[in-house]
Design a binder for this molecule. Structure first.
Ligand code: CP
Length: 314
């Protein structure tokens, strides 16, 4: 499927849920064009010259924060990184006041990561700048799902009809919510696998299959996406022990050998090696985990470019 639209409808990217399949395809096609920029000796294009992008990260991040900053620099934008630590947030300044003060310095876009679901929407409703959700609590992480889709499409040539099994902490994951929205809109078949305590009630209503065994999830899968156990979002463990979790849901080389030949192993990172995934799998030939990271730059370039009003050449 090639993009049948040449622009995004909203000034913001708050999630995958509001996007149409045509908009998702537009972002992926645009990212395909931008991927080559990172392979040039001079890794820069002038698309966002003169635009100011503020990266407002109020929660920890390595991949998302760094790849947004690289994407902005490759598009020649001026970038400013704002962290809560060391700022007046520590003196009690609210998110809205912080954002309003940043807005007074005329940024064109604000990339925000925040622990509260809905924080990006709150800014989008109040500020004229484009707001990009870089992860809000357990709600959505749209650019992660887009880079995951880009990686699957690049490797397998399509999204429609691909069997994707997502295994792990479904209950606390914003990555899985965005991936379910994206993959079902693009007609992929999604299976979720986890202990019952890590599966939200009525998740099947999102158009996915739920199983409680890793072997069942691996059977027929073209892609297996492993998720981190988010200990920071769980009051207490939702299963007896990490060792027991690894023994039942950890992806080891022995278990992966039962999957279809050519299966792709993905993980959004950060990984808990020896909890949800064994090192020989994470670093093995089926793993595309670092390709996901590489592709994140191209996908974020595409999102920034399109929200700035850029059009895919027709
Ligand atoms: N995948 C992801 O969001 O990683 P970071 O938390 O390191 O940004």
């Amino acid at each position: 499927m090639r993009a049948q639209t040449s622009a995004l409808r909203s000034k913001d990217l708050l999630g995958i849920e509001p996007l149409t399949p045509e908009e998702i395809t537009l972002i992926l096609d645009t990212a395909e064009g931008f991927k080559e920029v990172s392979e040039r000796p001079v890794k820069k294009v002038p698309a966002l010259r003169g635009q100011l992008v503020i990266n407002l990260f109020m929660e920890a991040s390595t991949r998302t924060r760094v790849s947004f900053e690289i994407a902005e620099k490759r598009l020649s934008a001026d970038t400013l990184n704002f962290a809560a630590s060391g700022s007046s947030v520590e003196k009690g300044e609210t998110l809205i006041d912080t954002a309003a003060n940043l807005m007074a310095m005329h940024p064109d876009m604000i990339v925000i990561r925040h622990k509260y679901p809905g924080a990006p929407r709150m800014l989008a409703d109040r500020l004229p700048a484009s707001i990009i959700n870089a992860g809000d609590g357990s709600h959505e992480h749209p650019t992660q799902a887009l880079l995951d889709a880009f990686t699957i499409r690049e490797r397998l040539g399509r999204l429609s009809g691909v069997n994707v099994s997502i295994v792990g902490d479904i209950a606390h994951s914003r990555v899985v919510r965005s991936n379910i929205h994206l993959l079902t809109k693009m007609k992929a078949n999604v299976t979720l696998a986890a202990p019952p305590t890590l599966i939200p009630a009525q998740v099947e209503e999102m158009g996915v299959r739920v199983v409680h065994s890793l072997d069942e999830a691996l059977e027929g899968a073209d892609v297996v996406m492993m998720l981190r156990i988010q200990l920071e979002r769980q009051g207490k463990l939702s299963f007896p022990s990490l060792r027991e979790y690894y023994n039942t849901f950890g992806l080891t080389g022995e278990r992966l050998a039962r999957a279809r030949e050519g299966v792709l192993v993905m993980h959004p990172g950060p990984m808990n090696r020896g909890v949800e995934i064994a090192s020989d799998v994470a670093d093995g030939p089926a793993s595309v985990i670092l390709e996901q990271v590489t592709n994140g730059v191209a996908v974020r370039m595409a999102v920034l470019y399109l929200l700035a009003g850029g059009h895919l050449a027709e």
